[in-house]
Design a protein around this ligand. Structure first.
Ligand SMILES: Cc1cc2nc3c(=O)[nH]c(=O)nc-3n(C[C@H](O)[C@H](O)[C@H](O)COP(=O)(O)OP(=O)(O)OC[C@H]3O[C@@H](n4cnc5c(N)ncnc54)[C@H](O)[C@@H]3O)c2cc1C
Length: 467
């Protein structure tokens, strides 16, 4: 199966896009400029982080920047996500330790933690009204196999003295149920994490960037980039509203990257996901203070954040659609919900959280979004091989919120000053390279096939037990 090429369509309204800002359909000029020093494609969190840091790093003389967005500002994954800013310090990090070594794992864990505090500092410094909250994540295992695998990885990180893992508290059995409030919890990990209203954060970043001179052009899909540079070293960026030229083109289109850069076909895979907002008419005896992950199987997990208004944002629901690969793999349409999963969230809080049984909590809103999953499960950041002046920052694999802010800073340094990637502050394993693009492995499909094999084996066992 291969990922399809597509431009974003319009879709059901996510909660985060119910309170829109003045820039949602903004065009700084009526027509596109003919030339810009830098052209950014996409206006989600990655673009917001990049332009924010580009301007901060060149305070006296910004390069001219034009941002081209296919739809409205922040209408892609960032405007449709779970709002969870959760730095991984023991789970995916343990698999990075196994595949890339302990130093790479420690570098990534520290980077994610640093992102959360950098965003907190930025929000405080700029007085951004985006519901940012710093709290703790509580990740709960509800399956013995998942529990055993994660615990073994955590123990290895602890034994190796990985600093970020040492800040993770571990609980087992009754203590896990008590600390999490999740029924039947086998184990739980707790550590600092944040949550945010992503649209409001991104809107603020763009408002500042526009005030400082960037040209923002929403509703302007890019259809292609020229095959070659002109005699002055400029790329031509073609849009549905005309073309413009730039020496530096930054591709910040996440799931849709292969539409513009065909070499990313099957390297960044569109992956459809679902989120909901749950509202409780009755205040539960134990309101949620932490963020959560509930892990039911290697492939089946949910994540949720509490909001100050008492509502809960929950994402996941893979139980109801993951087995049908046509529902998610290569899907670029967020204009429909994932039908088989629409009712998954009904009674969710009552099922899983002690004390919520009589709250009447109900599903208020359901929406979908398109994640950009990298085939090697690592974001692609840096120079696009064999295309001098074209850069990429995409493929955040459903986990961009604790990575993008400082990736934007690192990429801005590379674009402005041509510093080596190793000095950018971005984890080494995110660096774009020709060998990554030549690698034909697809961990997204491998994970799916392993999950299906495990599911079939389990079903066969259940059938045998019944006979
Ligand atoms: C349902 C869901 C839940 C998620 N939950 C979380 C979470 O809780 N925590 C977390 O860390 N991550 C989460 N993620 C992932 C996270 O949202 C992404 O990693 C992050 O938002 C990526 O930001 P981005 O700017 O790279 O991509 P996007 O926000 O998708 O921005 C890319 C932009 O490019 C535009 N674009 C695409 N093609 C073109 C074109 N040809 N021309 C012009 N513009 C174009 C798009 O319209 C879009 O606005 C979730 C994602 C989804 C879908």
């Amino acid at each position: 199966m291969s990922s399809s090429n597509s431009l974003p369509a319009s879709g059901p309204i996510p909660f985060w896009r119910t309170d829109l800002g003045a820039l949602d359909n903004h065009r700084s000029t009526e027509v596109l400029p003919d030339v810009s020093d830098v052209v950014c494609i996409g206006a989600g969190y990655a673009a917001a982080a990049f332009v924010t840091h580009l301007q901060a790093l060149s305070p006296s003389e910004h390069p001219s920047v034009t941002v081209l967005e296919a739809r409205q500002l922040c209408s892609g994954a960032t405007g449709r996500n779970g709002g969870h800013l959760k730095p991984d310090a023991y789970q995916h990090i343990a698999s990075i330790a196994a595949s890339h070594g302990i130093d790479a794992a420690a570098e990534l864990a520290d980077f994610e933690v640093a992102n959360v505090y950098a965003v907190r500092d930025f929000v405080e410094r700029e007085h951004i009204d985006c519901d940012f909250a710093l709290t703790r994540a509580v990740d709960v295992q509800l399956d013995t196999g998942v529990h055993n695998r994660i615990k073994a990885g955590y123990d290895k990180l602890m034994a190796a003295g990985v600093h970020a893992a040492r800040n993770v508290q571990y609980y087992e059995g009754q203590a896990a149920e008590e600390i999490s409030g999740v029924k039947n919890a086998i184990s739980a990990y707790s550590y600092p994490a944040g949550h945010v209203w992503p649209y409001k954060l991104v809107h603020h970043m763009f408002a500042k960037a526009v005030a400082n001179g960037i040209n923002l052009q929403t509703n302007t899909p890019v259809t292609s980039i020229s095959d070659n540079q002109d005699a002055l070293g400029r790329w031509t960026v073609h849009t549905t509203r005309g073309s413009l030229k730039a020496k530096k083109v930054i591709v910040l289109t996440n799931a849709y990257t292969s539409t513009i850069l065909p070499e990313y076909k099957d390297k960044i895979i569109p992956y459809r996901a679902i989120c909901t907002r749950i509202v409780s008419p009755v205040k539960p005896p134990k309101p949620l203070l932490n963020t959560y992950a509930l892990r039911f199987a290697e492939w089946d997990f949910d994540y949720l954040i509490p909001r100050a208004d008492g509502s809960i944002i929950v994402g996941g629901a893979r139980r109801d659609f993951y087995h049908d690969i046509r529902q998610w793999y290569g899907r670029t349409d967020d204009d429909k919900v994932i039908e088989p999963a629409v009712r998954y969230f009904d009674g969710y809080m009552q099922r899983h959280f002690a004390g919520w049984e009589n709250t009447g909590a109900y599903t208020d809103k359901v929406w979908t979004g398109i994640m950009g999953y990298s085939a090697d499960r690592r974001p692609h950041v840096g120079k696009v091989p064999n295309k001098a002046g074209v850069y990429v920052m995409a493929g955040f694999t459903g986990h961009g919120m604790p990575q993008i802010f400082l990736c934007g800073q690192g990429l801005a340094k590379i674009v402005l000053d041509d510093i080596p990637f190793k000095d950018s502050g971005v984890p080494k394993i995110f660096e774009e390279t020709a060998s990554r693009l030549a690698d034909n492995r697809n961990l997204v499909l491998d994970t799916y096939h392993n999950a299906m094999n495990a599911m079939n084996a389990m079903n066969a066992m259940k059938t045998r037990a019944k006979i």
